[in-house]
Design a protein around this ligand. Structure first.
Ligand code: PLP
Length: 425
């Protein structure tokens, strides 16, 4: 049985006392391959979310949003980073149900656009502690955000500071820092930051603290550590110089996904904890993940609309615009796609007998190229993916599609993207 711990036998005990244990006596437990492990998990989720029923009710393609997954991710973060306030970077999954799940959990929000603020307003989320993290703002967007209740913004240049001139004094900014190894372009270096802070103070703009964003899925713990220690050193030095106290350090997003190789998330979280141990108690520490929280929360279901055997293998065209897949696929080329039948969640269509026969005859998997409806090489979603031999009408299920997927509102032909339905709880 997988994962079962063998009971030590008397023979083994004796061996241990009298000399080195002969490991060959115990065969290494055979673990199922990663795809199979993920398949079992996704199959359980698909049953819980009643994916088959949802597709029958709403058609395909369909994005199924599971808000329990959002809470689970936030819980993992709270466990790993006690004392750090969680803000969800709403741009990753700007959906009312996601907002309600984050708010019910007691986490806050970082936003970057007017649309996100409107969504928060509609859900009755108080905006006072929301951080507006876009370092490049139009003055009218800034004024609108202020009038709607946001008080904390981000600046990374003098030209941005000038835009605050017309706003009342209760507004404050975080200065955005950039560190070597962080892949996000915006921000001033810790060496340039004192001049920007001094400039803000001169023009009467309160600096509440600092922020950085290390880019997408930053898996290098050393980059996190350098950024945190660098920010804290800067804070200490400027507090001494100006005889002031800053209020906040926002670590931005860019956490590795929980299933990144070599437990990258746990390694990064441990280093963040260690680096933050030296933070002054008066500093509010915030982390603002988007992808980490959003990615596992949505599952895409699409239907095969055409199939062909070509010189380079089996090609299947899906009814799903490739642009819906792309943002998520780009960030995780190892993420599996499953046939709904592998998950036990294929609704029974007309002609089910043919399908059932085919499935019984062909339990093996074939390398399959999945493409969008344009069915050409620019529209490829996944190449050489191991799938059962599927035909027109069959469904495929792609987990982990929650992050940055519903940003694109229309496909390349102007059609609406897959509707989002919230999974029943
Ligand atoms: C300032 C800032 N914070 C947080 C995030 C969220 O990042 P991620 O989805 O990689 O966690 C972003 C994403 O672009 C960002 O620009």
């Amino acid at each position: 049985m997988f994962g079962a711990t063998p009971t030590p036998t008397p023979t083994l005990e004796r061996t241990r006392r009298s000399g080195p244990r002969r490991r060959s006596a115990l065969p290494a437990p055979e673990l199922p391959p990663r795809r199979e492990l993920v398949r079992r998990e996704v199959a359980a989720d698909a049953a819980r979310m009643r994916i088959a029923e949802l597709v029958e009710a709403h058609g395909s393609p369909l994005l199924v949003l599971d808000t329990d997954r959002i809470a689970t991710r936030l819980l993992a973060l709270r466990r790993e980073l006690p004392g750090v306030h969680l803000h969800f970077a709403l741009g990753a999954l700007p959906h009312p149900a996601a907002i309600r799940a984050v708010h019910a959990f007691g986490a806050g929000f970082d936003v970057a656009s007017r649309g996100e603020i409107t969504l928060l307003e509609r859900e009755g989320v108080p905006l006072r502690h929301v951080v507006h993290v876009d370092p490049v703002k139009r003055v009218d967007d800034l004024t609108s955000a202020y009038l709607r209740g946001i008080r904390t913004f981000v600046v990374d240049a003098r030209s941005e500071v000038a835009k605050f001139a017309g706003l009342p004094r209760d507004v404050a900014v975080l200065v955005r820092l950039a560190f070597p190894g962080g892949e996000s372009g915006s921000g001033v270096s810790p060496e340039q930051a004192p001049a920007l802070v001094a400039h803000c103070r001169r023009v009467g703009l309160r600096v509440a603290g600092f922020t950085f964003h290390l880019g997408d899925r930053q898996r290098d713990p050393a980059v996190w550590e350098r950024a945190i220690r660098g920010s804290l050193a800067l804070i200490r030095s400027l507090e001494r110089r100006h005889g002031t106290r800053f209020e906040m350090l926002d670590l931005g997003g860019g956490l590795p996904l929980a299933d990144d190789p070599a437990a990258a998330f746990h390694g990064v979280a441990a280093r963040i904890r260690a680096a933050l141990a030296g933070a002054p108690a008066h500093l509010r520490l915030v982390i603002a993940p988007g992808r980490f929280v959003a990615a596992p929360a949505m599952t895409l279901v699409a239907r095969v609309v055409a199939g062909a055997d070509r010189s380079d293998g089996r090609w299947l065209a899906l009814d799903c615009e490739v642009h819906e897949f792309l943002p998520a696929m780009r960030h995780d080329d190892r993420r599996p796609v499953f046939a709904a039948e592998e998950l036990g969640s294929q609704p029974l269509p007309d002609g089910a007998t043919d399908r059932a026969t085919r499935r019984l005859l062909t339990r093996h998997r074939v390398p399959t190229t999945l493409v969008g409806p344009a069915n050409d090489r620019r529209d490829v979603v996944a190449r050489d993916h191991p799938l059962p031999p599927l035909g027109v009408g069959d469904l495929v299920v792609s987990p982990g599609m929650g992050a940055y997927t519903i940003r694109a509102t229309t496909g390349f032909d102007g059609s609406a993207v897959a509707p989002v339905v919230v999974a029943p709880r």
